[in-house]
Write a protein that binds this ligand. Structure first.
Ligand code: ATP
Ligand code: MG
Length: 332
């Protein structure tokens, strides 16, 4: 079976619809056909100021959400990044391979650091895409299912893999991004030029899976829409309506064309009302299941312990090979 790997940061109390449609939904589908590794990226969550108590809770809630959304720990390897020391270890190696200028060109770093004063921006935040390259390469996956915002980081990962192979001998296979067209970028409901984001979206702009479903429906009804009244997909001129249509299509499996026909002669209000209900119906069972998983944190930790064991086997193998090629003495 070809291997896939991906991760998500425990940087909020809930995942949002973009995380699900852009990434986690594909993770669930791929576990059937691929040797799948998925992890909670807690090392990345400390690149910005964080509260340890919250982080612990959010890590477990993240796992609970993955299970509620359909990940099966018997088919996919589910683990927490910090429990596999090889991530930090290969991360250092990658830092010694990545160029300062190269890392400086990462647009997510530029965006995330722009909001803070220079002395608050950590070296860790700067190095985050480089650690991410290590996260990926440790598992030697063929595909990495992510949203569009991760494309540049995947390119960096491929470049670093290639550079290592050329300099020290082949240890990695450059992985490919697996990005689905229709849902690669779900936009903020209040600011449809920006992606929906855990850390940057305003409460009104983000559909959190664990929100009260009534609140989610209301947020859809108050989404920013565009001038005109026709329900048509037009990313350039009608980003707000187009975003709603993408979400609608993804959650119902109905083609955008079909939706445009169905809403002919109706207005934005009808579209939003219907989509509000669709979203509420989608999140309701997820929310209930997350609650029941959270009632038994010991069981979650057991799932993670099993995942860590499997992940570590693969990660340790890769790191040993890398250390050898670098000229480190054996016996780590
Ligand atoms: P943060 O703001 O803390 O970076 P995030 O919302 O970007 O949080 P991540 O944990 O960084 O979420 O990303 C998890 C996965 O979700 C990644 O594969 C990412 O590409 C995908 N993703 C994030 N936001 C969106 C979005 N708006 N549309 C589609 N996919 C998304
Ligand atoms: Mg992100």
């Amino acid at each position: 079976k070809p291997r896939v790997l991906s991760g998500i940061q425990p940087t909020a109390d809930s995942f949002h619809l973009g995380n699900y449609l852009g990434a986690v939904r594909q993770w669930v589908a791929l576990q059937e056909t691929h040797d799948a590794f998925y992890f909670i990226a807690d090392l990345h969550a400390i690149t910005v100021e964080h509260d340890p108590k919250l982080l612990r809770k959010r890590t477990r809630v993240s796992v609970a959400q993955l299970l509620a959304l359909g990940l099966d720990p018997d088919r996919a390897t589910l683990f927490v990044q910090s429990q596999i020391p090889e991530h930090a270890e290969l991360g250092w190696v990658m830092q010694c391979l990545a160029g300062f200028g190269e890392a400086s060109r990462m647009t997510q770093f530029k965006d995330k650091s722009a909001k803070q004063s220079v002395d608050r921006v950590t070296v860790g935040l700067f190095a985050y895409p480089v650690l991410q390259a290590a996260d990926i390469l440790l598992y030697r996956p063929q595909y990495v299912p992510v949203g569009e915002d991760q494309r540049q980081h995947l390119e960096l990962t491929r470049d670093l893999a290639h550079r290592f192979n050329t300099r020290y001998g082949k240890a990695f296979q450059p992985p490919e991004a697996y990005i689905l067209k229709g849902t690669a970028k779900i936009y903020d409901l209040q600011e449809p030029s920006a992606k929906m984001s855990k850390s940057a979206s305003s409460p009104g702009g983000i559909i959190e899976l664990l929100d009260d479903p009534k609140v989610s429906a209301k947020k859809i009804r108050s989404a920013v829409t565009d001038t005109g009244r026709e329900v048509v997909f037009d990313q350039e001129n009608k980003p707000g309506v187009s975003n709603l249509l993408s979400i609608y299509s993804a959650l119902t499996g109905r083609e955008i064309d079909e939706l445009q026909t169905a809403y002919e002669g109706k207005g934005y209000g009808d579209l939003k009302k219907d989509l509000g209900e669709i979203v509420a119906d989608f999140v309701t069972p997820v929310r209930d299941q997350v609650k029941s998983y959270m009632d038994d944190p010991a069981e979650l930790d057991k799932v993670l312990a099993r995942g860590a064991e499997r992940a570590r086997e693969v990660a340790a193998g890769t790191l040993a090979r890398v250390y050898d090629k670098l000229g480190f003495l054996a016996g780590r």
